[in-house]
Design a protein around this ligand. Sequence first.
Ligand code: C2E
Ligand code: MG
Ligand code: MG
Ligand code: MG
Length: 296
Amino acid sequence: QADTAMYHAKELGRNNIQFFTADMSLRAQHRMEVERDLRLAVSLGQMELHYQPQFRGSDGALMGMEALVRWRHPERGLIPPLMFIGLAEETGVIEELGAWVLDEACRQLSHWRALGLGPSRMAVNLSVHQLRSPALLELVRSSLLKHQLPAEALELEITESAAMEQPEQAIARLRELRALGLALTLDDFGTGHSSLAYLKTLPVQCLKLDRSFVRDIDSGEGEKGADGGPGNGAAISAATLALAHTLGLIVVAEGVETEAQRAYLLRHGCDLLQGFLLGRPETPAHWERQWCVAGA
Ligand code: C2E
Ligand code: MG
Ligand code: MG
Ligand code: MG
C-alpha cells in the first residue's frame, strides 16, 4: 500500500546524506503544495464518492453500500483514497474531507431512499483523526438531521488499528455514536492484533473480515496449512466467523473475488459479502442505471 502512495513516494527523495538539505526543503515545499491542492480539491468539488454494494449471504439481498472517496484530479485523473487519505490525516485536511464525505453519503442515501431505490443503509469510513475529534458526534447528528435520515441508516466503519489507538478514548467516542443509534463496524478485522478481551469492550455490532484473509481462502498450493488442509486465510476466516458469532457480532467479508471464496464463506455462515465478484465501487449514475434496468 505504502509503495503506491504517490504523494508519499515523491517525498522520500534520494536516500543519500548529500542530498539531505535539498531534499528537506523540497519535501517541505511539496507537502505544502499537496496540502493546498487537497484543501482546494475539497472546496472545488473535485472529490467524489463511489459506492460498493454489500449483499446478504443467505439470500443475496442488497443490504447496504459502502461510500469510498476518490479525487477527480483535473490533470492526474481519478486518484484512489490510499494515495491521499494519509496525507489528509497528517495535515488535518481530513476534517473538511471527512465532513464532506459524511454529508455527501447521507445526501445520496436520502436521495435513493426517496426514489425507493438501492439500499436502506450507507457505510462510511472514519479515519483515526475523526474518531479523536470532539466535533464528530455533532457532525454526525447534524448530517442525519439535514438529510432526514434515521440513525440506523448510517453505519460507521472504524479500522481495528484506529480503535486500538488510545483505546479508552475510542471506546468512549464509539459509545456516544452507538447511543445515537448508529451501526458501528470494525473494519479490516484481523490485521490489528486486538485481543478478545478488548473486542468484547468495543460497542460494535459488526466485524469486517480483512481482505487479506479472504484472498488466501482459495490461494494455491504454497499457502496450504501445515497439515495440508486449507490455507491460513481459510482457517482464520472460519475461526473469525465462529468467534464473532459467539460474541453475537455480524460478519462482513471484504474483497470477495472468486466463487470459491464466496462458497467457503457462506458455508461458514458469513452474514454479508462485499467484493469485486459481486460489485465494484461505482458511481451513483452507474447504480441508478442498473437498478432502473432491473426494476423495469
Ligand atoms: P476499506 O474501507 O477497507 O475499503 C475496501 C477497499 O477494498 C476499497 O478500496 C475497495 O475498492 C477495495 N475492494 C473492495 N472489494 C475488493 C475486491 O474484491 N478486491 C480488491 N482487490 N479490492 C476490493 P479503495 O476504495 O481504494 O479504498 C481504500 C481504503 O481507503 C479504504 O479501505 C478505506 O480505509 C480508505 N477510505 C476510502 N474512502 C474513505 C473515506 O471516505 N474516508 C476515510 N477516512 N477513509 C476512506
Ligand atoms: Mg471500509
Ligand atoms: Mg475494509
Ligand atoms: Mg481493507
